[in-house]
Design a protein around this ligand. Structure first.
Ligand SMILES: [Zn+2]
Ligand SMILES: [Zn+2]
Length: 520
């Protein structure tokens, strides 16, 4: 059984009228691939619940009422003056968004839309300013001693003597992080507080937006207020003594709410760099990936393995391997196989990887590895198409829908070559023969090759055989032979797999180039 269905089946045992599957992100910086794991994990479970005919909703809370904690490395030093202010009250760094939170949120929302994820979106700023949390703030203050005891016992952390379960927002400087209460004896609804900016005043807790619940209390309050029945949680928060554990206790003891089911997900690592984290700059954004992978392949990355599995993402050759793997799954799915060795839950994973409907027929999948060669030889898609037709990679007369998919894939490969490919796989076909100094052995090999390819079928396999026969006849080392081919076409000593490379060029062009090279 696929992991999403297993979680959905566990949820049905709660006997709820409706399931609320929650996800949340604090948009304080670039929202990266690791954050996407939470979203796609939740969405897969939501889809599985719907398949089991359960009533359910997927919600996403953008915590844009959280304060800016510090000037992150990706921010201008001028942001110093905004530290402590809610993210929604800070200007956007580029000037194109309504505020700082939206600046990071919008690209993420665009990406999930392309991935077919459509949650109901809430912004914490609106929730606070509309009074959504006002009652929970009252309850928390009434039970502040109990909350303190619970947090201190579970987290093994002593809270300050004047701690209360609310961060009051200073009326003067508007910061959430600089205030403390003056009198420990709180007379609801008014609390006297002082701020490090020098202001002293009284906060009226009945007024919306007067402050913000600290994270360990806001989380369980939110479960209760939205009726959350499932939320995935990163392994840092799920650790012993962490916010999930205190949240469970506070949900029951303070808000009289049965905590949601949980699934802990692992971080995503960027190969050779470490866990992705926006504050360290080790991050890759979903929007960057959707520039080199189609939405199905990006979803597949997350659907094919359990969220508690360590995932190391390699934007270099790992991308090529991922797409090869996807193509094999797609081939197996359309061949009607229920499973294949090493492929568990084949049809479930195939379906969950689709952003929308299942395709009616199998898309033509020319491998990324081959398109890496072809797109570097062709200036536009019509040339890509001619090369693929000529070398037998696609049949002639492919329909428009299939061609559109292939065109998109060719563009994704071009983007990958431009932004991620290591320099040793980039090449440029020389329109004219380079100035060369070929040895007699090289010329001999090329002459033999010229004779052989004259009547050969134009395919990578046949050309590969021709090359090996010519090597034998000329009695030279294979690497010298390959080098002579790269030299005359690319003016380099290395290049792509030579059979595929030559098959991608026209026969006349190849013959003419070899003829010129051997006559020089
Ligand atoms: Zn912006
Ligand atoms: Zn202040």
């Amino acid at each position: 059984m696929h992991w999403a269905e297993a979680e959905a089946r566990k949820l049905t045992k709660r006997k709820e009228k409706e399931h609320i599957i929650a996800t949340a992100i604090t948009p304080s910086g670039p929202i990266h691939l690791g954050n996407m794991r939470e979203m796609l994990t939740a969405e897969a479970i939501y889809r599985s619940l719907k398949k089991l005919s359960e009533s359910c909703e997927l919600i996403f809370i953008a915590d844009n009422w959280d304060p800016l904690r510090r000037v992150y490395p990706y921010l201008d030093t001028s942001y110093e003056k905004w530290v402590g202010m809610p993210l929604s009250e800070i200007p956007c760094p580029c000037g194109k968004h309504s505020n700082y939170g939206e600046h990071w949120l919008q690209p993420f929302l665009d990406s999930i839309d392309r991935l077919g994820v459509q949650p109901i979106i809430y912004r914490a700023q609106n929730l606070y300013l509309e009074g959504f949390y006002t009652e929970a703030i009252k309850t928390s203050l009434e039970k502040k001693d109990q909350i303190r005891t619970t947090i201190e016992a579970i987290s093994q952390r002593k809270l300050p003597a004047n701690w209360i379960p609310l961060n009051i927002r200073c009326e003067q400087c508007k910061r959430l992080t600089l205030t403390s209460i003056v009198d420990e004896d709180i007379k609801y609804p008014l609390i006297s507080y002082k701020c490090k900016c020098g202001f002293e005043g009284k906060a009226d807790l009945r007024k919306p937006g007067v402050g913000k619940l600290p994270w360990r209390i806001e989380w369980p309050a939110r479960w209760k207020l939205f009726g959350v029945t499932f939320e995935a949680c990163g392994k840092d928060l799920a650790a012993a003594g962490g916010a999930w554990q205190t949240g469970e206790a506070i949900a029951q003891e303070v808000f009289n709410y049965s905590p949601p089911n949980n699934l802990t997900y692992e971080f995503i690592y960027l190969k050779g760099r470490g866990p992705m984290h926006s504050s360290t700059g080790i991050a890759i954004l979903p929007s960057e990936l959707l520039n080199i992978l189609s939405p199905v392949e990006l979803r597949f990355l997350f659907m094919k393995q359990h969220p508690n599995k360590h995932l190391e993402f390699d934007p270099l050759f790992g991308v090529l391997d991922l797409v090869d793997e996807w193509d094999r799954w797609e081939g197996s799915f359309f061949s009607g196989k229920k499973s294949r060795s090493g492929m568990k839950d084949l049809s479930e994973i195939y379906e969950l990887s689709q952003p929308h409907e299942l395709p009616e027929s199998k898309p033509i999948n020319v491998s990324y590895r081959h398109l890496v060669i072809v797109t570097q030889l062709a200036d536009d898609f019509s040339s890509v198409r001619s090369i693929l037709e000529r070398s037998g990679f696609i049949p002639k007369g492919v329909d428009d829908a299939q061609l559109a998919l292939l065109k998109r894939r060719a563009q994704l490969v071009r983007n990958w070559v431009k932004h991620f490919a290591p320099s040793n796989i980039k090449f440029e076909l020389k329109k004219e023969i380079p100035n060369l100094d070929l040895s007699e052995d090289e010329k001999k090999f090329l002459s033999k090759l010229f004779e052989r390819i004259g009547y050969a079928d134009w395919s990578a396999e046949v050309l590969h055989s021709c090359i090996y026969e010519a090597i034998k006849e000329a009695n030279i080392q294979p690497q010298i032979a390959f080098r002579s081919i790269y030299k005359i076409f690319l003016d380099t000593e290395r290049g792509p797999r030579v059979g595929y490379f030559l098959a991608s060029l026209s026969k006349d062009f190849v013959k003419e180039r070899i003829r010129k090279a051997t006559k020089v």
